[in-house]
Design a protein around this ligand. Structure first.
Ligand code: ADP
Ligand code: MG
Length: 299
């Protein structure tokens, strides 16, 4: 039989937009000393807009945007969607591409009449061992310093040649209005707060500073997110991981408590013990309070 206190706690949670899939997760939450948040879609809304474009000179902004949107045509990434929406908003005609390929945690690739095209962030440049041309470097520095994610359009003139960056796009996301208060209250409760992202170190730093988060891990590949949870656990921490994406699922499973953002992907929701129905990071504070109040007397 389910103890009365558990039944009551679970329904208090439900009334507050907290859906408990695994009762043990709620019980363990009182022992959590570290909350590890995913950045994009969790601390931020994950809805990007293209706010600025820089080009090297061979293309104008609209041509660059049209090419990028074509490459991103089949990608489900939030950045890809934003690039497509921006192209639609400008009424651009997209060139035909084929042989689309997603490169998880890095970007996307496709072939066009004018050669091979890539769109992606810092990890894509690293994979291709590319440096940004001088005309794009200051743009990237300035945008990422403001917390804007930057992705680049790369092109190789014909299929054999090495690609070069020909344009950069600054993408602005919005920090959820409750994220800052959530971090502050967790600190007040004596809970350590950390952030995890596939985005660049400069963007991670800007967002972490804005939210008062002292520890962050940047440029983490999707398959390495759960290793970061493990790293904290091997330091003796009891970790709650909060995430929204497909790429967060292994980390949610690995954490002592996995918490999914309600507006997140199905895979994330299915990997979590608790779901924040209102997608509000402040509800983490409620879960800890509820868990501490309910289970203290049971041990
Ligand atoms: P996060 O952990 O922030 O949710 P991901 O691991 O999905 O992000 O992606 C990390 C980074 O890889 C993004 O910030 C972006 O630079 C790049 N990236 C991944 N997929 C794409 C794509 N389809 N188009 C452009 N950039 C991408
Ligand atoms: Mg995310």
């Amino acid at each position: 039989a389910i103890p009365l206190v558990v039944a009551i706690t679970t329904s208090i949670g439900a009334a507050n937009g907290i859906l408990v899939r695994d009762r043990l997760a709620l019980e363990k939450m009182r022992l959590v000393d570290t909350v590890l948040f995913d950045k994009t879609g969790t601390l931020t809304e994950g809805r990007f807009g293209v706010v600025a474009i820089a080009v090297t000179g061979n293309l104008n902004e609209e041509e660059a945007l049209a090419l990028a949107a074509a490459v991103e045509g089949d990608s489900e990434h939030t950045i890809a969607r934003a690039i497509r929406e921006s192209a639609v908003a400008r009424n651009l005609t997209l060139p035909t591409v084929n042989m689309f390929e997603a490169i998880p945690g890095r970007g996307a690739m496709a072939h066009s009449e004018s050669g091979r095209l890539y769109v992606g962030g810092p990890r894509l440049l690293e994979m291709l061992q590319l440096r940004l041309p001088e005309r794009l470097e200051p743009f990237e520095l300035q945008a990422s310093g403001k917390g804007h994610s930057v992705v680049h359009l790369l092109r190789s003139a014909h299929d054999g040649s090495h690609p070069e960056a020909v344009a950069s796009f600054a993408m602005a996301d919005v920090v959820r209005p409750e994220s800052r208060a959530a971090v502050r209250k967790l600190h007040e409760m004596g809970v350590h707060v950390a952030m995890l992202t596939g985005d660049s170190a400069a963007v991670a730093k800007a967002v972490a500073e804005e939210l008062g988060i002292d520890t962050y891990f940047a440029e983490v590949l999707p398959q390495n997110k759960d290793a970061k949870v493990n790293e904290l656990q091997s330091q003796g921490k009891t970790v709650a991981m909060v995430g929204d994406g497909v790429n967060d699922a292994p980390a949610l499973t690995r954490a002592d408590v996995g918490i999914a953002i309600g507006s997140g992907t199905d895979v994330a929701v299915e990997s979590a013990g608790i779901i924040l129905v209102r997608s509000n990071p402040l509800d983490i504070v409620k879960i800890i309070t509820l868990s501490r109040a309910s289970y203290r007397k049971m041990i």
